[in-house]
Design a binder for this molecule. Structure first.
Ligand code: ATP
Ligand code: MG
Length: 359
């Protein structure tokens, strides 16, 4: 059966790395006999906004809901459209209205990439951050009283629901269960946030009873951040609330080198709505238009998409090709952020060729 993928390249280097993501996916589809159909859309971009006065057309929801997955580049062109308009008008609506309640980021040190953590080699850092993506600290419940006066009071509530927390915990435990180490770390702060976080701990413990094979530990968010830097080898699957996960899912990839290689997924695990796969990096206006952006974050996001669509071998082949090309370290192929002098296209082609020629 054909699997349909909506392609939303967005802005800036999104438009440059997307063709390389598609090149890798097409190579994997040929090699593994996958039936993928891609359809590109120009909305969810600042160009579309400048022409139409909005980020999305009226019928975006039924249009995109008909796809099996969304493959997304990067959004934002802050000189022309404020970030809160472009981001809130597109990506954040997808996350919310397609109920993509899991944000998944692999943190894996790849060969040939220098970690900012001294002495770390591939194999030392290989874990996932699972972030709750729809509620918690980002619930936008609250308000201001006596605004603009000396008596000003500002309140913003954290809203956690049993349904909302249990479903992301279940995803994280399932992921841990599927991995060789079977280890899950929970980010908490029950010594300081005295209502929601002790309750979060009880939900983790309750879910853990259903997964006797999974080893569970927990750390307060402050020391956990320190351990990411000092002991990244301790972690396998890390699960966190929206705010803590937001911080950890930037810190984790930062420990693995250039932002240009990090992928991410926004997942609706039940498949009621399509999930969205995108590189961690933004539209990078500072290097856009020069053909030197690193396409690996986009390509690796495509590998995650194939895994999600039920093709783990094809996803693994893409990641293996990325690792092989990085390990070779040909400066004529690697992009400048990897200390090479190659182009987006040269690196993308090298990876696609490797996918096609692997045995
Ligand atoms: P956003 O707000 O959309 O996340 P940003 O401006 O905060 O965007 P990025 O666009 O990710 O952040 O860029 C941060 C820095 O990393 C920039 O200097 C950019 O040039 C660099 N960068 C980002 N992505 C890549 C890439 N794929 N290849 C090389 N350099 C990149
Ligand atoms: Mg920005």
């Amino acid at each position: 059966m054909t699997q349909r993928i909506a392609v939303l390249a967005g802005d800036g280097i999104g438009k440059e790395v997307m063709p390389e993501g598609l090149r890798a996916l097409e190579a994997a589809a040929r090699r593994f006999g996958l039936d993928l159909a891609f359809e590109a859309f120009d909305f969810a971009s600042c160009d579309y906004y400048l022409e139409h006065g909005r980020m999305l057309p009226d019928d975006w929801h039924p249009t995109l809901a008909a796809f099996d997955a969304l493959y997304y580049g990067a959004i934002g062109w802050p000189d022309k459209v404020p970030d809160h308009v472009s981001l809130w008008g597109s990506l954040l609506r997808f996350r919310r209205e397609f109920d993509q309640y899991v944000n998944l980021r692999p943190c894996r040190l790849l060969p040939g990439i220098e970690s900012p953590l001294a002495g770390r080699a591939p194999g030392d850092i290989d874990f996932y951050v699972v972030r709750e993506n729809t509620e918690g600290e980002y619930s936008s419940v609250g308000g201001t009283m006596f605004e603009g006066t000396e008596r000003e009071v500002v309140i913003q509530e954290t809203v956690m629901t049993r349904t909302g927390v249990d479903r992301v915990l279940k995803y994280a435990f399932d992921l841990a269960q599927s991995r060789p180490r079977k280890k899950l770390t929970s980010a908490t702060k029950s010594n300081g946030i005295a209502i929601t976080m002790p309750w979060w701990d009880t939900r983790v413990a309750a879910m853990g009873e259903r997964y006797p094979e999974v080893e569970v530990d927990r750390f307060h968010i402050d020391i956990l951040a320190a351990h990411f830097v000092l002991h990244p080898d301790w972690f396998d699957v890390v699960v966190a609330s929206n705010l803590f996960g937001d911080i950890l899912s930037d810190l984790g990839p930062a420990c693995t080198g250039t932002i240009g290689v990090a992928p991410s997924a926004n997942i609706n695990p039940e498949g009621r709505f399509p999930s969205l796969f995108e590189p961690v990096h933004g539209s990078a206006p500072d290097i856009a238009g020069r053909g030197i952006a690193n396409p690996i974050g986009q390509i690796w996001s495509g590998a995650m998409m194939l895994e999600h669509l039920g093709h783990p071998a094809a996803g693994a082949a893409i990641l293996a090709a990325i690792e092989a090309v990085l390990a070779e370290g040909d400066a004529g192929v690697l992009t400048p952020d990897l200390k090479g002098r190659g182009t987006t296209e040269a690196l993308g082609r090298a990876i696609a060729e490797r996918i096609a020629s692997q045995t």
